[in-house]
Design a protein around this ligand. Structure first.
Ligand SMILES: [Zn+2]
Length: 145
């Protein structure tokens, strides 16, 4: 249950402010299932990588130094994907809007910094890890380009 908190906004509303901030601080640091799937694919392709590199903007989840690639595996809710899972909750709307828009701004700022420094940035959304074959094809294509 707990490791799913990054992807399950429904429970968040039930938490106290303090509990919530503890959970929010864990968002980036946990091994989430979508991230494990992506790692598995990348490893299966024979690439070596490092995880959660804090010295780079946004602490990318997966970094391939030799290919100069950073991969972010983003939860649709927290990073405001344009899919169903990225919708802002109707309750406590102002709170969520502010919080999620700040995440979105931070994401794009980090991606811009990485690109400026010559990194290739691949964002994989949680909802895109449901079709693994398609995802694998996309990753392979990204690496080849
Ligand atoms: Zn999505």
């Amino acid at each position: 249950m707990e490791h799913e908190s990054r992807f399950a906004p429904a429970v968040m509303d039930a938490l106290t402010r303090e509990q919530r901030s503890v959970r929010m601080s864990l968002i980036r640091s946990r091994d989430t299932k979508p991230e494990l799937l992506v790692r598995h694919l990348v490893r299966g392709m024979g690439y070596r990588y490092r995880l959660c590199v804090r010295s780079l903007p946004g602490a990318p989840d997966i970094v391939l130094f030799d290919k100069r690639v950073t991969i972010f595996v983003n939860g649709c809710f927290w990073h405001r994907h344009s899919c169903r899972g990225g919708r802002t909750p109707k309750t406590r709307r102002a709170y969520w809007c502010e919080k999620l828009k700040a995440n979105e701004r931070r994401d794009s700022r980090n991606a811009a910094r990485l690109k400026r420094d010559g990194w290739n940035v691949l964002v994989i959304w949680e909802c895109q890890t449901k079709d693994l074959e398609r995802l694998a094809a996309r990753i392979r294509k990204f690496f080849e380009e």
